[in-house]
Design a protein around this ligand. Structure first.
Ligand code: UD1
Ligand code: CA
Length: 468
């Protein structure tokens, strides 16, 4: 089998985005546009992948070097059109043989299945070039496919097209397959005599036809897949299509989405069967949710890992945290990075956890901050408990044993250890370790002054008498 080389064009300015961020780094469903393209391309097991960068090249390169270390970049400077862009790749592919699949960095919906079918069709036809086309109701802005006797003859851009040509509804998707051997020589013969004075890659079609090479077309059945993004409005529309695909996948696998229109789930998120997701929920990054969970309205989970039968009540934010099976969290809870909840643990309203582990069955049900803390199995952390983990310079740990009870409104000044089965009296400021099974009372003893209030009232009433 001939090897496949991927080239992704991503040098254009993306003027209509009106953005300081290069177009291909705008994100959809948790990934930059270019990552969607590269992921689909990687399913062809390419021998090499090259991205042509230009506008804001440094930013695009910086992203690619971390996210896609195997992908090479070439610089196109200045950007003189798509034909010129592909020519920039010649030094990288010199001496190679095989097939080039040319993709656009701003066309993120193209599926691996379509790519596979495209390459197979190209090979079956023994073509020098295969152009992906689509039939669309509103062809405005696209290059149109001109045919003679059924075969593709040339492609005309919107701006160069006659009124009659503009009526054509078969458009150029901007995606092609080329045999390497004749490609670069032919690219050099493309001229720039057109409305934009640019070197148009689609002109290769008429050049190949003149050279009597086989130029094939492959018409994609789902035209949505080749939708490009040129504006924020198209970014939102394509985003909606992408979300819909993810929703269909999840619902087919047994997940209930109460209202898909207001549910936002990134591409890599996994959700188990019989889990119910309520409106306004955002599931982001590498979040993984088990079976039979319920995620209530307005919660956002980022890289969260949930077991089975977990309940997340309304309006929680959970980031880089692990929640074991049968836990309940929220409403209004904040699990910051490295919160770990053991099986059946409970976190209630207005509780914030950071780098904190709650053992199985442990509870922090109301109004607490626990940072850099380990809480043992079945321990109860009372309302208003605060770990003072920060002394202004360093963070310090709090360790609370199993079966302990921390009374309401306690202040635990770290570093500190509270032993298994120990009690902390409500309202304590705990500054020294508490041994197992002890009771710590860290507050001044209450004193009652009998009749104090009555005497005060009596004194006040005699003072006021002359005026009344
Ligand atoms: C292009 C096609 C058009 C097709 C459409 C499909 C040309 C001349 N026209 O038009 O027939 O219908 O795509 O979406 O090819 N780029 C570079 N360097 C450049 C110019 C562009 O890398 O000098 C990149 C862009 O970043 C983008 C892609 O090539 O990823 C397409 O360029 P764009 O300007 O968007 O072309 P269209 O006008 O959409
Ligand atoms: Ca485009």
């Amino acid at each position: 089998m001939e090897s496949v080389h991927i080239v992704v064009l991503a040098a254009g300015k993306g003027t209509r985005m009106r953005s300081a961020t290069p177009k291909v780094l705008h994100r959809l469903s948790g990934l930059p546009l270019i990552d969607h393209v590269l992921r689909a391309a990687s399913t062809l097991s390419p021998a090499s992948t090259v991205v042509v960068v230009g506008h804001e090249a440094d930013l695009v390169r910086a992203h690619l070097s971390t996210a896609w270390p195997g992908v090479r970049t070439v610089l196109q400077e200045p950007q003189l059109g798509t034909g010129h862009a592909l020519l920039m790749v010649e030094p990288v592919l010199a001496g190679q043989s095989g097939t080039v699949v040319l993709l656009s960095g701003d066309v993120p919906l193209l599926s691996p299945a379509s790519l596979g079918a495209l390459v197979a069709r190209h090979r079956d036809n023994g073509a020098a070039a295969t152009v992906v086309t689509a039939m669309v109701e509103r062809p405005f802005g696209y290059g149109r496919i001109l045919r003679t006797g059924g075969d593709i003859a040339r492609i005309v851009e919107e701006r160069d097209a006659s009124p009659a040509e503009r009526e054509i509804k078969e458009i150029n998707a901007g995606i092609y397959v080329f045999e390497l051997e004749p490609l670069f020589d032919a690219l050099r013969s493309i001229g720039a005599e057109n409305a934009q004075q640019e070197y148009y890659l689609p002109d290769l079609v008429s050049i190949y036809r003149r050279q009597r090479r086989v130029v094939a077309t492959w018409t994609i059945s789902n035209a949505a897949e080749i939708r490009g993004i040129n504006s924020r409005s198209e970014l939102a529309e394509v985003g909606r299509i992408m979300r819909q695909q993810k929703h269909e996948e999840l619902m087919a696998a047994g997940v209930t989405l109460v209202d898909p229109a207001t549910t936002y789930i990134d591409v890599d998120v996994q959700v188990g069967a019989d889990t119910v997701i309520h409106p306004g929920v955002h599931l982001q990054g590498s979040t993984r949710i088990g079976t039979a969970c319920e995620i209530h309205a307005g919660s956002r989970l980022v890289n969260a890992d949930l077991g089975d039968r977990v309940t997340i009540l309304d309006h929680c934010v959970i980031t880089n945290s692990t929640v074991d099976s049968e836990c309940s969290v929220g409403p209004f809870a904040h699990l910051r990075p490295d919160a770990v909840l053991g099986q059946g643990a409970r976190v209630g309203n207005f509780v914030e956890l950071k780098k904190t582990t709650l053992g199985p069955g442990a509870k922090a049900n109301h109004l607490a901050y626990l940072g850099d803390t380990v809480v043992g199995e079945n321990t109860n952390v009372g309302a208003g408990t605060i770990t003072c983990n920060y002394d202004g310079a360093k963070k310090h740990p709090t360790v609370i044993g199993r079966g302990a009870f921390v009374g309401s409104n306690s202040t635990l000044v770290a570093p500190i250890t509270i032993g298994d089965g120990a009690y902390v009296a409500a309202g304590s400021a705990v500054t020294e370790d508490v041994p197992s099974d002890a009771l710590a009372i860290g507050r001044s003893r209450q004193e009652n002054k009998p009749e104090w209030a009555a005497r005060r009232r009596a004194a006040q009433s005699t003072k006021r008498k002359p005026d009344s």
